[in-house]
Design a protein around this ligand. Structure first.
Ligand code: ATR
Length: 278
């Protein structure tokens, strides 16, 4: 039987994952399928525990199911446990459900690819935001050896919660202090939804960033956000958010379909063109 995987969400219609995985299935000539599964929160546990019966070898999990998917799994990798959420599921050889989180891998791999000059040990990183995306990014940065992360969020308590989870290398600063805090930072990451088409703009003045700083955004609609445009205009290296989405998909595809897929400029162009159709 040809392998099938899916993305599970509620709603699921706007997930970008099918475009990525179907492109790879086609590119590698794999006789498999990738579906969208709209699953209500109250049905999530049963759905993932019967993944095989439902016809799947694995799945991606999107909002609002990422925490519940981790709880439902028999085993989980270190990243999923530390982040407190799963985005990728597969069945172990004995049929047991395994939960993984590939967001940190996606973020760090994309950073390495687009800003190879960046070095974790070189200095402070500033992260804007304290939601699920920020958790994955913090985990990846600390694992890579960043000595200190300045974390700032509109709602300070959410940032304090992340500091408690990730330890003393995370230092919380006030949202109002974000402009001055940029001095001395080698990397700025926007992990909020600000700047996304249809959302509020991200108000920040990046003048204090050093000249060799890298600026990264998790927002990928538009591909070049106003933050990334400002950074490029200042001559700073930029890392867009689409690459993170593409790279986080790699480990799941490899598990389910047995081929480690590549993130190429052609895939990027294909996804940009498809997202633009909305
Ligand atoms: P995700 O899980 O995708 O990260 P989320 O948990 O909704 O999504 O987090 C969205 C992030 O954008 C949060 O850091 C949020 O700040 P709050 O914790 O204060 O809500 C941030 N954000 C959203 N709208 C914002 C705004 N108008 N100003 C500042 N930050 C905002």
């Amino acid at each position: 039987m040809s392998p099938r995987a899916c993305v599970i969400g509620w709603p699921v219609e706007h997930s970008g994952s099918p475009v990525i995985h179907r492109y790879w299935l086609d590119q590698y000539g794999i006789d498999g399928a990738y579906e969208k599964e709209a699953v209500r929160p109250e049905d999530l546990e049963r759905f993932v525990q019967q993944l095989w019966t439902n016809g799947y070898v694995g799945a991606n999990v999107t909002l609002p199911h990422k925490e519940a998917a981790l709880r439902a799994a028999r085993s989980a990798d270190e990243a999923a446990i530390a982040i407190g959420a799963a985005n990728t599921l597969w069945l172990d050889p004995d049929g047991a459900l395994h939960a993984s989180n590939t967001d940190a891998y996606g973020f760090m791999t994309n950073l390495d690819a687009k800003a190879p000059q960046w070095r974790a040990a070189k200095g402070d990183v500033i992260v804007l935001g304290a939601g699920g995306a920020a958790r994955g990014i913090l985990y990846g940065l600390l694992k890579a050896g960043v000595p200190r992360v300045l974390l700032t969020n509109r709602t300070r308590e959410r940032a304090e919660t992340l500091r408690e989870a990730f330890g003393p290398k995370v230092e919380v600063i006030d949202w109002a202090a974000r402009n001055e805090a940029l001095a001395g930072c080698g990397l700025l990451v926007n992990a909020t939804s600000l700047g996304m088409t249809g959302h509020k703009p991200l108000i920040i003045n990046i003048a204090a960033l050093p000249n060799d700083a890298v600026v990264s955004d998790i927002v990928y609609v538009p591909l070049e956000t106003p933050l990334l445009r400002d950074a490029r205009t200042r001559g700073l290296a930029t890392v867009d958010g689409l690459g993170m989405l593409l790279h986080q998909a790699v480990p799941g595809f490899e598990r389910w379909f047995g081929v480690r897929p590549e993130v190429t400029p052609e895939l990027t162009a294909h996804v940009v063109a498809t997202l633009g159709e909305d």
